[in-house]
Design a binder for this molecule. Structure first.
Ligand code: UD1
Length: 339
């Protein structure tokens, strides 16, 4: 029988790509999103890509009436929980709001799932739970450490699941620690489009490429790395979406959960990313060297063998496709013709 999956935050960047991957894998999918960080037209765009009507509930996870509506309208077999706040800088200014949405929201969801007899959840964690890693590539059993309220909420989310799993063996969780998701869907219909000035590297470069920002600020060129700029494990968002499908397949087949890094195992520097984006958009992109950003670490790189062993996940897309798909999405969205 077809299984029904609830995606909280399913209209957001990673959620929307995962929606498409799940529908293509044969799941029925229901979205719950408050659209606080999603484009209003995402459900329409998802309909265009999949050719199927989208079941989308608009509302706040912290409102019990909203969760009741969702769980009373569908028989949910498993949940992928994306809905969360994710800006590190903002979290340092409003820790309570981050704890409320990211931790209280998770608890409210888990309680409602238990009431509905649904005990399978994939949790959006982050490489941020490793703080400044001592071993690179980072194994999943590395020490966890938080360097911001945002990181604290992701670490606490993992710990909430550990406590719950230990108390009741009906539960099984897929904890996915994302490295740096980038790129956009092959269809050119969905992607990342943050309002204002982006915090993350690729959306910033994209805004420079479409002429909305004058130049990239490269945060530090004096790190102990080959070109002095930060190294990250960038992963194409469609690969990341597929990791969720594999994680869910495993959770629905087996009784045990998993904690997995989701990356490519390959690191690129800020300048390598910029050069690759220049090749994708076919023009030089201005940059300036700026001071280091507080809280940044020199290298974040995943050990990826556990994800391959446990759920059979291996990233397929390389850097060129990451940049080309981002450019195809943003240039089409802005209606500018690629150079
Ligand atoms: C950031 C968050 C991390 C979060 C992840 C996903 C911080 C310190 N960390 O990761 O907790 O899980 O996003 O949302 O914010 N860079 C520039 N110029 C820019 C932007 C970035 O040089 O305008 C550099 C950074 O210094 C870094 C690399 O690009 O070396 C990647 O940065 P970013 O995309 O923000 O990701 P992370 O910092 O790895």
């Amino acid at each position: 029988m077809t299984k029904t999956i609830l995606l909280t935050g399913g209209a957001g960047y990673i959620g929307s790509h995962t929606y498409v991957a799940l529908v293509e894998a044969g799941y029925d999918v229901v979205i719950l999103d408050d659209f606080s960080n999603a484009r209003e037209d995402v459900p329409e765009r998802l309909e265009m890509i999949t050719g199927k009507p989208v079941a989308c509930h608009r509302g706040d996870l912290l409102d019990p009436a909203v969760l009741d509506t969702v769980f009373n309208s569908h028989k949910i077999d498993a949940v992928v929980h994306f809905a969360a706040k994710k800006a590190v800088g903002e979290s340092t200014r409003m820790p309570l709001e981050y704890i409320e949405v990211n931790c209280t929201g998770l608890v409210a969801l888990l309680k409602r799932m238990r009431e509905a007899g649904c005990f399978r959840l994939v949790f959006s964690s982050s490489a941020t739970v490793y703080g400044e890693p001592k071993v690179v590539p980072i194994p999943e059993d590395a020490e966890r450490f938080h360097t911001s309220p945002y990181a604290y909420t992701k670490l606490m989310g993992e710990q909430i699941l550990e406590q719950l799993g230990a108390s009741d063996d009906r539960w099984a969780f897929g904890v996915l620690r994302y490295f740096n998701p980038v790129g956009a869907h092959t269809s050119g219909q969905i992607g990342e489009d943050p309002n204002g000035i982006p915090n993350n590297l690729m959306p910033y470069i994209a805004k420079v490429a479409v002429g909305e920002l004058p130049a990239l600020n490269v945060f530090g060129d004096d790190y102990d790395t080959p070109d002095g700029t930060g190294l990250r494990d960038y992963i194409h968002v469609e690969d990341l979406a597929r990791a969720h499908v594999l994680s869910l397949d495993a959770l629905l087949e087996r009784d045990e959960g998993h904690v997995l890094n989701i990356g490519t195992g390959q690191a690129y520097s800020v300048l390598e990313m910029l050069r690759a984006y220049e090749r994708a958009c076919g023009k030089p992109l201005p940059y300036v060297i700026a001071p280091r950003r507080s809280g940044d670490v020199p290298v974040l790189l995943a050990r990826v063998d556990r994800a391959a062993e446990v759920i059979g996940f291996r990233a397929e897309y390389g850097l060129e496709t990451m940049c080309a798909s981002s450019w195809a999405w943003i240039s089409r969205l802005r209606n500018s013709v690629p150079a």
